[in-house]
Design a protein around this ligand. Structure first.
Ligand code: PMP
Ligand code: GLU
Length: 395
């Protein structure tokens, strides 16, 4: 047996992606599964985007591309980011990668040395701590779990965790799993503080376009003009355009960090998929009506969820402002059913109801469950009917 590296031995598997596999296995056994697990839009990729992919194949756009992305896509990213966020990114500040997950991975590999601390939000998206540890970094949590504050994302939760070893902080807004959006005031304070300490602020905004509040989404690269070198934005096409399988994300960051990320990408994936890049040009520069329609539908589902959960009772949650997750405290029902934790509750729900939910522990929040509403209204209604019935009984 070849001994595995120490860094992979301490890495845990992705609990969200594991659920995707569990679902497939159960479906192969003939079970009908209601999937509120991994956050993946139930909508197909819009037709115009698919057609651009097909045209790329038929036009033989099937070879290696520039490592950090084709010029045409960088132009589309520049134009859409300028229109939406008012920031004009230079070519050399943009790195297109196979998914924003890989963009984050490249960025952390580019800046984190063993022993460096990275402040990540708690609850966290499952991959942040593992990516930091993979660089030899130390994970420090900015706590947004205080019960009286309903997951509010605050500057202070990060600033209070600052130490001389802090190298970077990760902000995720809208947040996976809570759906909370960090206000411009909080984000501005956070950036102003860490800029003075020369610490990189990474803003994962992959749900930026899936927002239900009327408030504008603050523009991280414009909030503190002097801090532009210390702020990075990591974005994704996966959720906004229902393109999870195409693997397409992009980063806007200082030219020096972009160059370092590009070097790592050169030696790891060479470039993002050529076909996906052509499809992404269409996604960003084509008709945006379908995006609006999908967001409207997510909002309808969120509101329905909230109403039903209120009717069921004894479930504490904060209404999500964005993304497509309901993150709620199920302590009452864990006690009522005499389970020891959220893992047991989620497992029992899977076994008895064939409903997939993600235990809050996967995000560092015991006694919670994450319920994705990126699934059809019909499944949501059926799932909530079953869940209500199940929760009413002691066992
Ligand atoms: N960040 C967050 C907060 C996520 O939930 C996800 C999962 N979709 C990602 C990044 C990565 O997405 P992708 O690699 O598909 O762009
Ligand atoms: N990000 C989604 C989730 O949290 C998809 C799975 C993953 O990449 O973690 O469910």
């Amino acid at each position: 047996m070849i001994e595995l590296s120490a860094r992979v031995r301490t890495m845990t598997s992705s609990p969200t992606l594991k659920l995707v596999q569990i679902k497939k296995q159960l479906q192969a056994q003939g079970k009908v599964i209601l999937d509120f697990g991994a956050g993946e839009p139930d909508f197909p990729t819009p037709e115009n985007i698919k057609n651009a992919g097909v045209a790329a194949i038929q036009g033989n756009f099937t070879k290696y591309t520039p490592t950090a992305g084709i010029a045409e896509l960088k132009k589309a990213i520049q134009a859409s980011y300028l229109a939406e966020q008012g920031y004009a990114a230079k070519d050399n500040q943009i790195v297109v990668s196979p998914g924003s997950k890989y963009g984050l991975f490249l960025m952390l590999q580019a800046v984190i040395d063993p022993g460096d601390e990275v402040i990540v939000p708690l609850p966290y998206w499952v991959s942040y701590p593992e990516m930091v540890k993979f660089c030899g970094g130390i994970v420090v949590y900015a706590d947004h779990l205080q019960p009286d504050r309903l997951f509010k994302l605050t500057a202070d939760s990060y600033i209070s965790k600052y130490s001389a070893r802090t190298k970077a902080v990760i902000v995720n807004s809208p947040s996976n799993p809570t759906g909370k959006v960090m206000s411009g005031k909080e984000l501005g304070e956070l950036i102003a503080f860490f800029h003075k300490k020369n610490i990189l602020v990474i803003v994962d905004d992959c749900y930026r376009k899936i927002i239900y509040t009327d408030g504008e989404y603050p523009s991280p690269l414009n909030l503190v003009a002097a801090a532009r070198e210390q702020v990075a934005v990591v974005s994704s096409l996966s959720k906004t355009y229902a393109m999870t399988g195409w693997r397409l994300g992009y980063t806007i960051v200082s030219e020096a960090i972009a160059a370092a990320m590009t070097k790592i990408q050169e030696h790891s994936t060479s470039n993002p998929c050529s076909i996906s890049q052509k499809a992404a040009v269409e996604a960003l520069s084509g008709d945006q009506h379908e995006v609006q329609a999908m967001v409207e539908e997510y909002r309808r589902r969120r509101d329905y969820f909230a109403r039903r959960v209120d009717e069921i009772g004894h479930i504490t949650y904060a209404l999500p402002d964005g993304a497509f997750y309901f993150f709620a405290d199920f302590s009452h029902y864990i006690r009522k059913k005499k389970f020891s934790d959220d893992n047991q509750l989620a497992m029992d729900i899977l076994e008895k109801l064939n409903i997939i939910l993600v235990p809050g522990s996967a995000f560092g929040a015991a006694n919670h469950l994450r319920i994705s509403y990126a699934t059809s209204m019909k499944d949501i209604q059926e799932g909530l009917n079953k869940l209500e019935e199940y929760l009413r009984h002691d066992r």
